[in-house]
Design a protein around this ligand. Structure first.
Ligand code: AMP
Length: 114
């Protein structure tokens, strides 16, 4: 449900997650329903419900999320090729109302996406 922000519970440590990166701006953890051999979610600590809600104030934060994604891709051994996905709102498949980057790798991906 888009109204239920389970990622806030992961940030607050009230539910567990397989966290692989944490800093003052973001946290990254393995997706519970992996769609590829590597499937990590990178989320800001700041609650931004959807990609459409970003503002000029978030410019540096968005850059930081991408830098972390590139660093994690190398760390997780998928630097040769990976896919970054942001689903924005329900028609695009967003289920959690907290901006997140999906970092996927370890297999080949087709295009166009489903
Ligand atoms: P989206 O559909 O783009 O909003 O992505 C939400 C993602 O969060 C999905 O890939 C889910 O599998 C994942 N997810 C939901 N709950 C958890 C959880 N507790 N721990 C890790 N990943 C989760």
């Amino acid at each position: 449900m888009l109204s239920d922000n389970i990622f806030l519970k992961i940030i607050n440590k009230s539910i567990p997650a397989r966290v692989i990166h944490e800093d003052d701006q973001c946290i990254a953890f393995h997706d519970i329903n992996a769609q590829a051999p590597v499937h990590v979610l990178i989320i800001p600590r700041k609650v931004i419900p959807t990609h459409a809600d970003v503002t000029e104030e978030d410019r540096a934060l968005l850059g930081h999320l991408h830098l972390v994604a590139a660093q994690l891709a190398t760390k997780l051994g998928i630097g040769e090729g990976y896919r970054l996905v942001v689903n924005c709102k329900e028609p695009a498949g967003q289920t959690v109302p907290h901006l997140h980057l999906h970092l996927l790798g370890g297999r080949n991906f087709s295009w166009p996406p489903g």
